[in-house]
Design a protein around this ligand. Structure first.
Ligand code: PRP
Length: 231
């Protein structure tokens, strides 16, 4: 029997990236500074070294990026401020990246009243963001029942699961096509770099060098004409 292969030496920084709509702009940002994943985007591998050996990319569910970074399983990551505020992770947030702009809003079917329902009925609100939703309605003094779902939130009022929803709006197409209208804005959302506190201290030089390169890349990208956003 041949001896086991030696473990792959761990690369200096592990970067958690969210699978989904932020992934391509995040990878494009890295390509701007000459860092590319060593495997094609179609790979099923979840931990992929960069071709220049600077980083390893860790591809995770968008909602999990803050947890990986807060725990130190990843040194740093890219996430949306929606997910970051929802998880309330204790991480550093040194750079807004200038992509992934959208907003978290309250929306309702056109014929459903807001901000209160007739007859004193307690509104049910479906959302992927229970913490932000509770906190918004607590601040505005409206008593609501929050129903947590994990996607396709816009269908909830159509099926009677909820009266209202709290969800992200980018182009507005999903709201429109499901007969919903925006009633209140909760949060401006965008992609940010997040960094583990301990890793930042222990690997200060690596973090500072990468941050400087990402700042420059982000500056270059934001000075380019923007393509229309879309889902
Ligand atoms: C997001 C969000 C909205 C939609 C908004 O959903 O939750 O549903 O995009 O985009 P729009 O305003 O451009 O239509 P996503 O596609 O991530 O799927 P999900 O709802 O299943 O999470």
């Amino acid at each position: 029997m041949s001896p086991p292969a030696p473990p792959t030496p761990s690369l200096p920084l592990k970067m958690a990236l969210p699978k989904g709509r932020l992934l391509e702009p995040a990878l494009a940002l890295f390509r701007t500074i000459g860092i590319a994943a060593s495997e094609p985007a179609t790979t099923r591998k979840l931990l992929v070294p960069s071709s220049d050996g600077t980083l390893s990319f860790l591809f995770v569910k968008p909602g999990d990026v803050p947890v990986y970074v807060e725990s130190g399983a990843a040194d740093l990551g890219i996430t949306g401020t929606d997910v970051l505020r929802e998880t309330d992770a204790d991480v550093l947030e040194p750079l807004a990246l200038g992509f992934g702009a959208c907003r978290l809003v309250v929306a309702t079917p056109k014929n459903v009243a807001y901000p209160s329902l007739p007859g004193g009925v307690t509104p049910r609100v479906a959302t992927k963001y229970p913490r932000l939703t509770r906190s918004f309605f607590a601040e505005t003094g409206l008593g609501v029942e929050v129903i947590t779902v994990s996607g396709s939130v816009e269908v909830a009022p159509l099926l009677g699961l909820s009266h209202w929803i709290v969800d992200l709006v980018d182009t507005g197409r999903t709201l429109r096509e499901n007969g919903l209208v925006e009633r209140a804005q909760i949060l401006d959302v965008g992609a940010v770099l997040v960094v583990n506190r301990a890793s930042q201290k222990l690997k200060l030089d690596l973090h500072q060098r990468l941050l400087a390169r990402l700042q420059e890349a982000s500056r270059q990208q934001s000075s380019k004409p923007q393509a229309a956003s879309g889902s």
